[in-house]
Design a protein around this ligand. Structure first.
Ligand code: ATP
Length: 236
């Protein structure tokens, strides 16, 4: 099977002795992987290393066949990400933000920007300044920016954070649509068990910086009545 993401022996320890320990993980192309863990488990640390925002103490990440330690540009070429918060310029419109975001990419033109705004349901608001956007709309513009260069892999840190029920349902639909129509591979972190259960077809549990268990949602739900029960059995 073609692996979109491989994480090998990844470790990072902060001075306060917190961090992540020896994470190993493989994600097949087209999978929607849910990286589930409570606050402080190490999700953001892992994702920052995956996209090159932080250096690991040990281990490596292979994205689309390229090691971030050796071929960073090639590894990131077909990867889109939102790590920590989405921060578009509030005094610019959605369209202007998108244009700024795609300025170094020759393949991004007005039509592609419109296409991404269409996919994320923002085309109607493309000429509105971001300062008038709701939180859900800001999350969506984050996704629109992340998919601008047609990535094969999307790495999203807590994409549902702060969204209301409708916003979460919309975001979930968007992820599932991108997965079905574009075969995008997703690596999504969340502490929202129910949402991971509904969105992801593979789940990994991160706890105290250690990856406890990885399995397909299908297998988990064959053996446990809910993802929550599986989570509790792994954690306890
Ligand atoms: N720059 C830093 N210096 C020291 N400790 C840090 C630093 N960044 C994170 N940590 C600690 O490392 C651990 C993992 O943090 P991380 O942000 O990766 O977790 P997380 O799973 O993303 O949590 P959350 O859901 O709250 O964002 C936490 O205990 C955190 O306090």
């Amino acid at each position: 099977m073609d692996k979109a993401i491989i994480i090998e022996n990844l470790s990072k320890m902060y001075k306060n002795n917190r961090g992540i320990h020896d994470i190993n993980l493989e994600i097949d192309r087209g999978e929607i992987f849910g990286f589930l863990g409570p606050n402080g488990a190490g999700k953001t640390t892992t994702m920052k290393i995956m996209v090159g925002l932080m250096k690991a103490d040990k281990g490596d990440v292979i994205l689309n066949g390229y090691r971030i330690s050796k071929d960073y540009e090639k590894a990131m070429k077909k990867v889109g990400c939102i790590v920590e918060s989405v921060n578009p310029f509030s005094y610019l419109t959605a369209y202007e933000n998108m244009k700024l975001c795609g300025r170094f990419n020759n393949d991004v033109d007005g039509a592609r920007i419109d296409e991404c705004l269409e996919i994320t349901g923002l085309i109607k608001y493309k000429n509105e300044k971001i300062k008038h956007y709701s939180l859900g709309m800001k999350q969506r513009i984050g996704i629109a920016m992340a998919i601008l260069s047609n990535p094969e892999v999307l790495i999203l840190d807590e994409p549902l954070n702060g969204l209301d029920v409708e916003g979460m349902v919309e975001m979930r639909k968007l992820i599932l649509n991108l997965s079905e129509q574009h075969k995008t591979t997703f690596f999504i972190s969340s502490h929202l068990i129910h949402d991971i259960e509904l969105t992801c077809n593979k789940v990994g549990i991160l706890y105290n910086g250690k990856l406890l268990g990885v399995d397909s949602t299908h297998n988990i739900l064959k053996n446990y009545s809910s993802l929550e029960n599986y989570y509790l059995s792994e954690v306890i």
